[in-house]
Design a protein around this ligand. Sequence first.
Ligand code: IPT
Length: 955
Amino acid sequence: MSLRTTTSVDYVEDVSPGSGALPPRAWYASSDAASLSLNGSWRFRLSATADAEDDSFAAEGYDAGNWAEVRVPGHWVLQGHGSPIYTNHLYPFPVDPPHVPTENPTGDHLRVFDLPDEWPADGGAVLRFDGVESCARVWLNGTDIGEFKGSRLPHEFAVGHLLKPTGNVLAVRVHQWSAGSYLEDQDQWWLPGIFRDVTLLHRPAGSALDFFVHASYDHVSGNGTLRVDSDVDGRVTVPALDIDVATGESVTVSVQPWTAETPKLYDGVLATEGERIPLRIGFRTVVLEDGLIKANGKPLLFKGVNRHEWHPERGRALDLETMREDVLLMKRHNINAVRTSHYPPHPAFLDLCDEYGLWVIDECDLETHGFVEQAWRDNPVDDDRWTPALIDRASRMVERDKNHPSVVIWSLGNEAGTGRGLTAMAEWIRGRDGSRLIHYEGDINCRDTDMYSRMYAAHDEVEQIGRDLDGGTHRRRGLPFILCEYGHAMGNGPGGIADYQRIFEAYDRLQGGFIWEWIDHGLKDARFGFAYGGDFGEELHDGNFVCDGLIFPDRKPSPGLVEFKKVIEPVRIEGDGSDGTVRVTNAYDFADLSDLAFEWSYQVDGKTVEAGSLSVPALAPGESAEVKLPTPPSGDGRGAETQWTVRALLAEDTAWGRKDHEVAWAQLPVSPRALPSVVASDRPSASERLIYVGPASFDVRTGALKTIGRLNVTDLRLDVWRAPTDNDEGASWQDDIRWASLWRKYGLHRMQHRLDGVELSDDALTVRTRVAPAAWEVGLRTVYRWTSDGTRLKLTVSVAPEGDWTVPLPRLGIRFGLAQADQVKWFGGGPGEAYPDTKSASMLGLWHASVDELQTPYVRPQENGARADVRWAELGGLRIEGDPEFWFSARRWTNEQLDAAQHLTDLTPTDTVWVNLDHGQQGIGSQSCGPGALPQYQLRAAPAEFSFVFSDLRD
Ligand code: IPT
């Protein structure tokens, strides 16, 4: 066999999808044909350019003994060879399609393998690559078998004629950059490598090649119709349905349909002469009808997320357990849909979606976002030379994934502008699979799509669309609307998702949305905890914009996920608590409530005094019932705050959750609490250095609080600053209001506290101040009034804004330092953090946590950890009661230190615990890539008065 001595690398910059590969087909695992995984340790050599080395390494007998080793599936940049690069939409190379830089990291991969003893001698074999970024050339036993592009798509090669029983040499040359990179400009890390499985599949004579399972459901008759079209004739059996038919033949029987809520799969077999293939068949029909996306006759409401594949150590090389963890976490958080942003996922993920039940928008591996910087000039999707590559991508996705009942919509790609290539893709898809709908967000007139899709549209615009008051083409106006991305979950947030949900539920045309996004793409890194863009010295990068998920990189749920779970809960529990009934509504689209058990409990001052089960009928979707609550426990004493809590729990273990897993809940207040009252009976006194009010001492000159009982208190004063969240910062491209920069401009992080007077009267110490930033006329006249009944200390803060305040305040409250605080108990909202527009999941109760546990570890440190509606809190021996309720936070660093930190590792605990008691907090919104906090959640500077009552618990 002769190898070329000079290596041509022209294919790297060729717009064609490749050569030598087999036509795309369904992805399946045969039950009897042999297969051999070639995952594992491979020899590896990195070169700086595509042509630095010739192809002699592919020859049999080549000695790679001194090469490094890498794990396949994997990315070499995460295994010590080179570094990852993060850019959102900017290409990290000059835009001159289809050319790529000479500096083109190229990884030669080598693996020698034997066939297992039982590998059949007859038949053929196929070598399958499930994902390689971005371009690969493959040799088997010295023969060049082809090259390909299309990173997150499978490519197969017929190799039977090349195999030997032992000593097979598989050589794969992978180039980081190729013409294909222009089509893969998704907002994520650039991670070259063989990052999905490599498998050798035996293909017996008479084996199935490609097949298409058509399984529809007629909701009127309750019948399912099955037809399996197969390239190779065979029989299809489904024992549970008594089906035994030839391929190509239709059969109609009574079935239970598949839905995301009721994912009924029937096990079947496709048997050809050469092999048996297990089928998991879900009967369902998806149509566009009456301007709505309907499944099995009913309109859907997507409660979805955008999911990138991510693992903090392995990047996009995901193992099955990680994929399952994603699906289970989604199901446990009431999520019913996934958009596979922005490429087809590992095929096993779709098996899990079929099995556990999730509606899937399967998105093609296509994004050319960086062309926006040149007004989309030369965009490959509007250039016929690239169309074969686009159709190749569409067909590889559709052929691979067409047998999944969970996939209901094909998406052409993301952020690729507009052009003929997209139309060609849509036409190809419709010709091949008329049973699913087509999505593409960039198609604003819906020329090629079946739904009007947008990203990050603000609430009022979505509402206008719901009311059919948007403009657009005649075609678009007849189509349903989805938000393929909304609720940008970067850092603290997203805020305002409950408000979106209310709008979605109010208008039929609005069929829900998909939060951006599922997981933070932080990379585990000893230097930083989790690394983000710029941490690897990238020339161009987009910082922590890559950390914008509902779960942290280690898959721990963030408060945003807990909030989303509550907002989209499939059971609505409503009532006012005092009339003895509760209204329960089934908000599922398909399932009745028979899987759920309901419980009531009754709390007195946050403490559960009685609980029991509540009998709720197995309501059908959309139905409601008024359910009687028991007689409330009596004798709760005067002034106690009382409420019902009603919860819907899984009645039994299910595939995705344990018995008693909480699905939905609500609290119905009965009687309000009595506000703390302190009679100002103690007469303040003064010594040479100190003033005394009840249990407290103050500096005689400044009026500053020094002690409460035996507790030292440091630096108590008004505080308006918070470490800006990513949503406060806003996105760099937004030239409308971005609060954090305005706050900094107006100096809210450097407020000066001018002392105007320290006054003693018969019953109070009054300290008058003006809190204002240098250079500006705006200020807050702030009066601290201290009184006591002898044992307890009351502070009333009055704030009067002066000047022309054009910005909201980040927060309004007081802060102070306490020594030696660790455990915190509180009666208020919990257990997790909440802000004005992220507090749906904040449950009123008695909670406790350590100061460390109160922190939310956002990958880039920022304001976090506030607890809402706090009636009282205790920490470090101090009890604080609020009038009215307050926002509580405590941390081992100041807000200024939190603000300065770039990574979690920058936060070093001090001995002092800094406590913030806030009367108000600015809402969170979603402005890191969307609308800011709605007006009703903004903290406008306005006259305010609020009080706290302090006591030393050790006295
Ligand atoms: C949109 C992208 O589709 C997505 O990939 C991600 O970048 C997201 O924004 C922000 O995190 S693009 C857009 C708002 C211009």
